[in-house]
Ligand binder design. Structure first.
Ligand SMILES: [Mg+2]
Length: 332
């Protein structure tokens, strides 16, 4: 059977099943944004790893070396943010093809280091090797949080509201602009920057994890049409999401109109926004959203509601109107 038939997530499930019996009870293994490992009496470590391959995740001539370094660490730190944890350190393994210049590697290191400094995430080790063709970058990050306090995908409760920490779809719009060689202006540059230099929501994640009433959390890497399913599946729930409430930037709306893109579809299916997706107890939602605004100067957007499990995991609506399904990004 080829990988297309079982799909990316089917493959992950197969592996998880086979290793389940080897994972001690004190450790949480495959199934969330990070694994959780006890550190000492008071703390847990959280660990995640991500692979970026040239031609699959990035095009070498469409991203600056600086941004490539920044993004390589950012997508990993985003998984630490998703647990509500604080970064401890990073490991970098890199497969370098012959045609990679020392200027590229230098720029890459500068970008990686800029984010490293911003969130106190020193590089602690790694590996370098020759690659026959493509540039390959693997980053592993370790974070720390108070024992038992990491926010899991499996903790959503019926009656929770669903929230996101920022606009969705800008990154997918940026990718569209890159792939279609769309004319550069301040708007398209903004979208491309969102795609090439995402910002991990570390401070937002840490803050949210401290609030009573925040239940489940993950980061948005594949688009909420796919990512929300992970929360719903892990929590055995369903959801209603109102497209009118899904935040889309004015820049994306105007560019989408100009080039006849479907902005709503980019927002829910595009992915790579690296905002946080969370569920909050219905009673606490308004107060948490108000305090989030006071803390970060930006809104926490409530986009839907968690429901008892039904056959269809997500019911999409637009105001009163029921909509057909959206699909998230899947590598195969
Ligand atoms: Mg994630």
């Amino acid at each position: 059977m080829d990988i297309k038939q079982i799909g990316e997530f089917g493959f992950i499930e197969q592996i998880a099943d086979r290793f389940k019996s080897l994972v001690p009870k004190s450790i949480y293994g495959i199934g969330d944004d990070c694994a959780i490992i006890p550190a000492n009496e008071n703390d847990d470590f959280v660990v995640s790893t991500d692979l970026l391959i040239e031609g699959v995740h990035f095009l070498r001539d469409k991203i600056t070396p600086f941004n490539l370094g920044y993004k390589s660490l950012a997508v990993n730190l985003s998984d630490i943010a998703a647990m509500g944890a604080e970064p401890v350190g990073a490991f970098l393994s890199i497969g370098i093809p012959k045609d990679c210049s020392s200027e590229l590697l230098d720029g890459f290191t500068e970008g990686f280091m800029a984010l490293s400094k911003k969130y106190d995430t020193p590089l602690l080790g790694g590996d370098t090797t020759k690659s026959l063709r493509d540039l390959m970058i693997n980053v592993t990050v370790i974070g720390k949080c108070p024992k038992g306090k990491a926010l899991l995908r499996s903790s959503a409760k019926g009656g929770d509201v669903i929230a996101v920490t920022g606009n969705l779809g800008d990154s997918a719009g940026g990718l569209n602009a890159i792939l279609n060689n769309i004319e550069l202006n301040s708007h398209t540059k903004h979208l491309i920057e969102k795609h090439n230099k995402p910002e991990p929501q570390i401070n937002e994640g840490l803050w949210l994890a401290k609030q009573n009433g925040v239940h489940a959390m993950m980061d948005i890497s594949d688009g909420i049409a796919s990512d929300l399913n992970h929360i719903l599946k892990a929590s055995e729930k369903s959801a209603i999401v109102d497209l009118q409430k899904v935040p889309v930037s004015e820049i994306l709306s105007s560019i989408a109109k100009k080039y006849d893109w479907n902005a709503a579809e980019l927002a829910v299916s595009g992915g790579e926004d690296y905002e946080l997706l969370l569920t909050i107890s219905g009673e606490c939602a308004t107060s948490i959203a108000q305090r989030f605004y006071a803390e970060f100067g930006k809104p926490l957007h409530i986009i839907g509601e968690v429901k008892a499990p039904v056959e269809k995991p997500i019911q999409w609506i637009s105001g009163e109107e029921k909509l057909p399904d959206f699909k998230g990004f899947n590598h195969y």
